[in-house]
Design a protein around this ligand. Structure first.
Ligand code: 8YV
Length: 325
């Protein structure tokens, strides 16, 4: 009897086809979001669960894990929706899909950075509403990116890919990270390390969040830190909603105390605080950093490899160890 694999969301067609060829898999054909009850019964029954960011696999869900459950092969790189500690206590391996969505997420970061500093969505809204009268010397003025300072919080794969791109736009790269990156890489990226995040924030024209969501980064852009940003500065978040104190950010944006924000992620996804919809100085996207055909296919390939490696009795390369575990 082959181990049962339960996939919680609809994955790209070719990935599902290959899964059916290789495994005993139960797919989610109508792509509905699993209820708590469905998740509990899935972890109770499956040997391998393939979830996504839309499944909250917390301690309560994992209490229902059956003896067969040995692997959670996440479709996505962020694993903040999985209680790694409970998984480890139950000897359940967790894998993710690093490396294959780096470029796309960095592209999205740049799209938001360019889009908000040049007021792209605001301009489009005005145009579509028939409110554009004519070209004007003082109309729709934004901020020039070239020559400005961009501060990247989290200089991992995605942060580095953002730095490379931003460099091509003529910005000065600054970063804060748990550890300073090696000096060769720092030189290649022309990046300045700030041990003190507070000090970095006060100097930046754009702050970009590119760190994972962990206990250490929870609301790393707190109300206090957001308050350290310059009035003309912009915040970009393609990481996770909970790395920013969202209410405080909205207050600053409403008051015009910072220039704007480009956001791909939110505190209570898929619910977006309606106060954000009322603001002109935000560019908002529905969590689509990795939404390219290529990335979603490659993420599926990673899941296939992780599951196959595990079933064959080997340790998958993309095992998530988790901090402090
Ligand atoms: C994914 C993401 O689409 O991989 C991640 O961490 O944030 C997204 O780009 C999503 O997580 C899929 O589970």
């Amino acid at each position: 009897m082959k181990p049962l694999i339960i996939v919680t969301r609809k994955l790209p067609e070719q990935i599902e086809k290959r899964m059916k060829e290789l495994f005993n898999v139960r797919l989610n054909n109508d792509d509905h979001i699993f209820s708590q009850e469905e998740l509990k019964s899935a972890v109770g029954e499956a040997s391998i669960l393939v979830p996504t960011v839309t499944d909250k696999i917390d301690a309560d869900i994992l209490t229902n894990a059956g003896p067969a459950l040995k692997l959670i092969a996440n479709y996505g790189v962020g694993v903040d929706h999985i209680d790694l500690k409970s998984a480890r206590n139950k000897m359940i391996t967790v894998t993710n899909t690093p490396g294959v969505l780096t470029e796309d997420t960095a592209d999205m970061t740049m799209a938001l950075m360019l889009g908000i500093t040049r007021r792209m969505s605001e301009g489009e809204r005005m145009l579509r509403a028939g409110k554009w009268q004519t070209w004007s010397p003082t109309g729709m003025l934004g901020m020039r990116l070239s020559g400005k300072k961009v501060g990247i919080i989290g200089m991992g794969r995605i942060g580095q890919a953002v730095a490379l791109r931003a460099k091509a736009f003529g910005v000065e790269i600054h970063y804060h990270n748990r550890q300073q990156i090696n000096s060769l890489l720092e030189k290649e990226l022309d990046a300045t390390y700030w041990k003190s995040l507070d000090q970095m924030i006060t100097q930046m024209d754009v702050v970009s969040l590119n760190c994972p969501s962990t206990a250490d980064t929870f609301q790393i852009m707190s109300k206090r830190r957001l308050g350290l940003m310059q009035n003309h500065a912009y915040l970009i978040n393609t990481a996770r909603g909970d790395v920013v104190e969202e209410d405080a950010l909205i207050e600053l944006l409403e008051a015009g105390s910072i220039a704007g924000a480009g956001l791909d992620v939110y505190e209570n996804e898929p619910n977006v605080n309606p106060r954000l919809f009322a603001l002109e100085n935000v560019l908002i996207a529905p969590h689509m950093g990795s939404a390219t055909e290529e990335a979603r296919q490659a993420m599926g390939e990673k899941v296939l490899i992780n599951v196959k490696t595990f079933i064959d009795g080997h340790s998958p390369r993309d095992r998530v160890l988790g901090e402090g575990l």
